[in-house]
Ligand binder design. Sequence first.
Ligand code: AGP
Length: 612
Amino acid sequence: MCGIVGFVGQEQAAPILLDGLEKLEYRGYDSAGIAVLSESKGLQVKKAKGRLQVLRGLTGDGRDVEGTLGIGHTRWATHGEPSDLNSHPHLSSGHRIAVVHNGIIENYVEIREFLQSQGIPFQSETDTEVVAQLLEYYYDRCGDIMASVYRVLARIEGAYALGILCRDLPDAFIAARKDAPLLLGYGQGCSFIASDVTAIIKHTREVAYMEDGEVALVKAGGIQVFNAMGQPVEKEHHTVDWDVSAAEKGGFPHFMLKEIMEQPEAVRKTVSPRLKDGRVHFEELKLTAEDIRSFSRFFIVACGSSYHVGMVGKYNLERLLRRPVDVMLASEFRYADPLVDEHTLVIFISQSGETLDTMAALRRAKALGARTLAIVNVVGSSIAREADQVLYTWAGPEIAVATTKAYSTQLVLLDMLGLFFAQALGSVEEEEYARIVSELQALPAKMETVLADTERIKYLASRYFNHSSIFFIGRNLDYALGLEGSLKLKEISYIHSEAYAAGELKHGTISLIEKGTLVVALCCYAPLFEKSVSNIVEVKARGADILAVTTESLAAELGKTAENVLPVPDTHLLLQPSLGVLPLQIFAYYVALQRGCDIDKPRNLAKSVTVE
Ligand code: AGP
């Protein structure tokens, strides 16, 4: 997720663009840039790796860049690591067109190859640069910038919110969107575009929301909007009544709730570009089928919630690959004497890509001769750079300390990696492979149905937020799920909580269960449903209250035993944790809210733990 902003009016554009980008930094902050057009200076592009401060320093806080028409961008890298060259705006090779972009151009490789075959040089590793170069390619041939925009939009695939400056268009810039947010701002004698209202709320609260396929010609005196067929459309104007801080969170009270709600979209962005013709493709992976077959065992190494993803991954990958998969805490792995060698693949999972324990474990694995692969959210982060291979979860920046959307995108990416490896090993039947792929594609919509109605979870949180100790129990994948549910609750509500393998409870810990103890029972793993129900009976007999999470097809049966049942849609067995985790995140959120905790910045915690 990146932030884009555009301005045209009577005032100097650069300071307004920089202020707007500052409000959008939560959407991405690894590099930033502006492009400003002026009669005397032409098309000026200033951009740099690093936080916005660097760009401010480069431009004298915008004072050194002349012009009243410009676009700006703050980046969350997906294709091409953070660098000056990869930052936006991207210039066409003839320096006549500058582009800022939020989204992913899925077919950028083929377009870049075509343009390079036409002798057009590329500067960056990004997908976005193909938009600038293709625009100029068409513009050279037709001389009409709006017609060129339409031809480009017809050619590119993927998601985009675009701001486009053309040197030959001195009084306007162009905007276009598909599957990425972009709004139009109507000021007094000036006009704006922005990824969200945060960037422009200081100047205007009158906005219109662009629809997919629309193109806008933005001038100081007004904005003309056209549909995908080039016909003019009238846009409904809205008046925004948010305050600025609420706007940064897209109207949500906390980043955590916003990121919980972003999960379907984050999963969709992580999955769909990697599914083609019903097969999993990882263009970014340099592993041959022979390499994959050479791995005699796998390790998954991580910390915290990323480790919990690894716990799910152990069950799923062993089932898919029929090869040993161990999962270890990075802080343990780094000081252990793990049985790894050149036939071992060690998978490191990390949202931040900077967790010191995980980084140390990575270095230890490499020293032992293992092959390494990282699943990371922050492009160009240390772990991403040091692993032999890296797969990115395109979850966008995750601001809340308690991870949600990164966890969910890690889960699905690990499941997809399992399918990809299984294909090379021939260890999964075709129809099973197809079933999992089909359910992967259906997952975001199923996640949306769970997130659409949280009232019951909110009510349950109001009943249990004063408890001093809460247990999560489950078997197999449900146990792995319970670990994550328990950590979410602990992290943000400060209530003591334990996750336990349900079958293990009777070996001691059940002595802690007494009248009124809340036990969250995970019963999503259908093959052990009956066993899980008997564990519920076990703790109920000792006075426990039950909050159970299960699938829709098992909910009625479970309701005979558990008084509070939260159903989630049925999906493939391996993917069930991706749905089961949602009520647990929501429950933790509303318990913490009831307790007045600092949800986005819980005490004692940091978003990235870069210490031992
Ligand atoms: C998760 O909600 C916590 N913030 C924490 O456990 C986190 O998962 C852990 O520190 C690992 O972080 P990483 O994924 O960035 O490596």
